[in-house]
Design a protein around this ligand. Structure first.
Ligand SMILES: [Ca+2]
Ligand SMILES: [Ca+2]
Length: 186
């Protein structure tokens, strides 16, 4: 049975899953019947100062793979229609560049500000972590909090502390737009 986390919850991956090497990060969401929303998963791979070591460590639909080969985005979903994972990210902990101490997983609403869309229109949003080798779900965080003004939401982050990887169910919504969001970590 997978662990279910609440907003702000933490899980020590290294301690609980010592054999874990490859993680499949599944992100899902649904919209109102009949309305398609294009949500985009992005990953910020940060150093211990909380910055991207170089721009290419920002992984999104136009830069699908990190320079170290550790993180790969499997592609863009334009509608969110259907059950199950809408966008997927693969993370191979063993391949990570030594400088990386934090991996943020954020979902942004494509042109949300221009289209007057926000996360209040999104339902059943979740992030889940699956052990690729055993195909077993390790944990899941359902974002039950409502985000009526947010155009981007950090779903969760992996953080290395004293050589151990932790998952944090952050669930932080903002409405600054993707460019401003990227600028914060550049
Ligand atoms: Ca998308
Ligand atoms: Ca969906």
């Amino acid at each position: 049975m997978a662990i279910s986390l609440q907003k702000g919850g933490r899980f020590n991956l290294t301690k609980s899953e010592p054999a874990l090497k490859k993680i499949y990060i599944g992100l899902g969401w649904d919209t109102q019947p009949g309305s398609a929303l294009d949500l985009d998963a992005s990953v910020f791979m940060l150093n211990t100062s909380g910055k991207l070591p170089q721009d290419e460590f920002f992984i999104f639909y136009n830069n699908l793979k990190s320079p170290d080969g550790a993180v790969q985005h499997t592609g863009d979903n334009r509608t969110g229609i259907g059950e199950g994972d809408d966008e997927l990210i693969m993370a191979h902990l063993g391949l990570l560049d030594d400088r990386i101490g934090e991996i943020l997983v954020t979902v942004t609403m494509h042109e949300g500000v221009n289209k007057n869309q926000n996360f209040g229109m999104v339902h059943n949003a979740y992030i889940r972590l699956v052990d690729v080798d055993s195909n077993r779900e390790i944990l899941r965080y359902d974002l039950e909090h409502n985000y009526p003004t947010a155009t981007e939401v950090e779903f969760g982050r992996l953080k290395k502390e004293a050589s151990e990887w932790h998952f944090i169910a952050s669930g932080i919504g903002t409405n600054i737009g993707l460019q401003a969001y990227v600028d914060k970590y550049a």
